[in-house]
Design a protein around this ligand. Structure first.
Ligand code: UDP
Ligand code: MG
Length: 316
């Protein structure tokens, strides 16, 4: 890793995470260079190959051949999008760092505007998608709901529909390199809790150019849980509230049963018992599940395993 920022004087590092994007890489590269060349700046493009099993790496190698503006970081296996972005940030040398997807859903045409905002002094520029053309209405609604919910349960003010398309200054990059090395991360959330001058720009997420979304429903659910658990401790406290409510409920039930007994109309116990026990048990298991999730994150943290493992780098 070359940290010789002054000598190279790179204005902008573009970090592109790549997982099986063979059909898209060349287009991404061409569109990026086309736009960046009009900007009269020095730039570098860092492709992070997140353990692709298709021809992505071969194609990247062709692009990088004799081209010192392109760097490649190739992981030993798939570590996930978040790890890929972080690796790119780790290796970036620019005064600004932009993270974006390799499927052209994050339009390179937005770069000039982003750099302009950066020149105005903003250190964090969140790109907010106005709509996802490829997503159904339900999905758009879900993602809005999700951000509202996150805002409610955490102290972070998350921009609604924030994406993995953002620009940060090298100063913010340094903070991510040094201080946010937790194993379970939600980068979008972390970036928004750092403070600094920040702003948002809107963009329209066009349908992915080619291939399918690499986020399966399972990965999305897991990302949502991660977001909640890393940004908020409130789920851990649900038990206290539920305990309180169920205590009130049982007091009411006791009083009711006593009264019925006194006026000699004892209620048949079976149904009451089954319903009550079922209710109580489900609350308990629900809370156990939440605790388990948090303990899991703690467990991952204590192992101190690397966030990613690099197989090889080119031009870094
Ligand atoms: N990606 C990655 N590792 C993964 C999954 C995805 O590096 O395990 C990359 C992928 O190549 C793409 C970006 O992350 O550049 C976003 O993924 P995708 O487009 O599948 O997500 P969506 O846009 O559907 O949310
Ligand atoms: Mg995409």
């Amino acid at each position: 890793m070359n940290n010789n920022l002054q000598n190279k004087n790179i204005t902008c590092s573009i970090v592109v995470s790549v997982y099986n994007e063979a059909e898209n890489i060349v287009d991404v590269y061409q569109q990026l260079t086309e736009i960046l060349q009009t900007q009269n700046i020095t730039y570098e493009i860092i492709f992070v190959n997140d353990g692709s099993s298709d021809k992505s790496l071969q194609i990247l190698k062709k692009i990088v051949d004799g081209n010192d503006r392109v760097k490649i970081i190739s992981f030993s296996r798939n570590f996930g999008h978040e790890a890929a972005m972080l690796a790119g940030i780790d290796y970036s040398e620019g005064d600004s760092i932009v993270c974006m997807d390799a499927d052209l859903q994050h339009p390179p045409t937005m770069l000039p505007l982003m750099l302009q905002k950066r020149a105005e002094g903003f250190e964090i520029i969140n790109m907010v998608r106005t709509q996802r053309q490829d997503a159904g209405r339900i999905q758009n609604f879900n993602s809005r709901l999700f951000y509202r919910f996150l805002n409610k349960i955490s102290k972070v003010e998350l921009a609604e529909n924030a994406s993995d398309f953002f620009l940060i200054s090298s100063r913010v990059g340094e903070i991510l390199k040094n201080n946010f090395r937790e194993r379970t991360r939600f980068l979008r959330g972390i970036i928004q809790m750092l403070g600094f001058q920040r702003t948002t720009l809107e963009y329209i997420a066009i349908p992915r150019q080619s291939g399918k979304s690499k986020y399966s429903t399972r990965k999305l659910v897991s990302l949502s849980l991660t977001a909640m658990a890393t940004l908020s401790k409130i789920p851990l406290e649900i038990g206290i509230y539920l305990g309180f409510i169920s205590a009130l409920l049982s007091i009411a039930l006791v009083i009711f049963s006593l009264i019925m007994k006194i006026i000699e109309q004892p209620i048949p116990g079976y149904t009451t018992l089954v319903v009550f026990m079922g209710f109580m048990f489900s609350i308990q298991f629900f809370m156990l599940g939440i605790m388990g999730k948090y303990i899991g994150f703690l467990f991952d943290e204590t192992k101190q395993r690397p966030i990613y493992i690099i197989d090889k780098t080119i031009n870094c």
